[in-house]
Design a protein around this ligand. Structure first.
Ligand code: GDP
Ligand code: ZN
Length: 315
């Protein structure tokens, strides 16, 4: 029998079975996924096979197999240097909530996020929130950003979690999929989830500072079914993706507009930095590539990620 993991808190996993019931399961013996050294063998979103175990007073399950993951996101485990903690698996789409003001979302943050989504192989959609507050200057800035990102292939949405504008369009994109929401603290994630499903009370905001001790806190993700046929994964205390270890060489591949030009660079290992006859830099000079994107690229290339880490995890 097959089920989906909705919650995992240490040794027990709550799975939703094919009949739509929840079943507490454990795993027997050593359980290791090929190729990953992780502190947890199974994560929220995993599809698993299980057997029923009947004892005198309760029915539980034993997980026997994990199906191959289409993707998964991790955060580094601090104590065990080469291990990661798998936060969630099999995510269809991640929505990055962006606000222009209150709080401002920088292009550097957006670009790092998108690069990581590309590296993980997860579709990212940019959701500009709080459009009800826009004055003319804010609107200009938002439309400019939307132009940059939609022209390189990222779907952009404009919503107000408060007034409900754009919410139906968002729901349509979430239907029949597993979604995650990310974005700075204060961009409106809780408000949005509340607008999408008023009866659902997520933990996103409930991490108290006494529980969240720096980056080392283990946070447990959880999956929820929404009434309009969508699933969301809530990741308390995490506002973005952890950094994936990337080779310098591959970073440019996660900028779609750079990747498209790569074959036209003189050197096939071009880092688009100081090399002669670089098609990316030529496009940049002609304003065909946004300077903000190039700046973000150089930051990532130079391994400057302290601010980003501070931005995505509860301090
Ligand atoms: P989170 O930290 O991302 O979960 O953000 P919250 O949902 O707590 O929202 C932060 C603040 O922004 C709250 O005061 C919300 O009422 C406000 N807010 C969220 N969405 C909107 C919106 O679409 N328009 C306006 N005007 N305010 C919003
Ligand atoms: Zn180049």
């Amino acid at each position: 029998m097959t089920g989906i993991v909705y919650k995992s808190t240490g040794s027990w996993y709550t799975i939703k079975t094919e009949n739509g019931e929840f079943l507490e399961c454990r795993i027997k013996g050593k359980f290791r996924m090929k190729g990953i050294k992780s502190t947890n063998p199974i994560a929220v979103g995993d599809v698993v096979d299980y057997d029923i175990e009947n004892t005198t007073d309760e029915t539980t399950g034993v997980i026997t197999t994990i199906h191959d993951r289409k993707n998964y996101i991790v955060r580094k485990s601090v104590n065990l240097s080469h291990q990661v903690h798998i936060i969630a698996a099999n995510i269809d789409v991640v929505f990055l909530l962006v606000t222009i003001n209150n709080p401002p979302t920088t292009t550097s943050f957006i670009d790092r996020f998108l690069v990581t989504a590309e590296a993980y192989g997860i579709e990212a959609i940019i959701v500009f929130n709080k459009i009800d507050t826009f004055d003319e200057a804010t609107l200009d800035e938002q439309l400019y950003l939307q132009h940059i990102y939609s022209s390189i292939g990222y779907q952009c949405l404009r919503i107000s979690a408060q007034t409900g504008k754009g919410i139906d369009e968002l729901k349509a994109l979430m239907k029949d999929k597993v979604s995650m929401f990310s974005g700075h603290s204060g961009v409106g994630k809780s408000t949005l989830v509340n607008t999408l499903e008023p009866t659902l009370n997520l933990k996103t905001k409930q991490i108290s500072s006494s529980h969240a001790q720096g980056q080392h806190t283990t946070t447990f993700a959880e999956m929820f079914d929404l009434s309009f046929g969508a699933k969301i994964i809530d990741t308390p205390g995490i506002r973005g993706f952890g950094i994936v270890d990337m080779e310098k060489q591959e970073i440019g591949d996660y900028f779609p507009e750079f990747f498209a030009l790569k074959d036209q660079c003189k050197f096939n290992n071009c880092l688009h930095k100081d090399e002669p006859h670089c098609a990316v830099k030529a496009a940049l000079e002609k304003d065909e590539i946004a300077w903000s994107r190039y700046k973000s690229y150089i930051q990532i290339l130079e391994g400057d990620d302290e601010q980003y880490r501070a931005d995505i995890y509860d301090a």
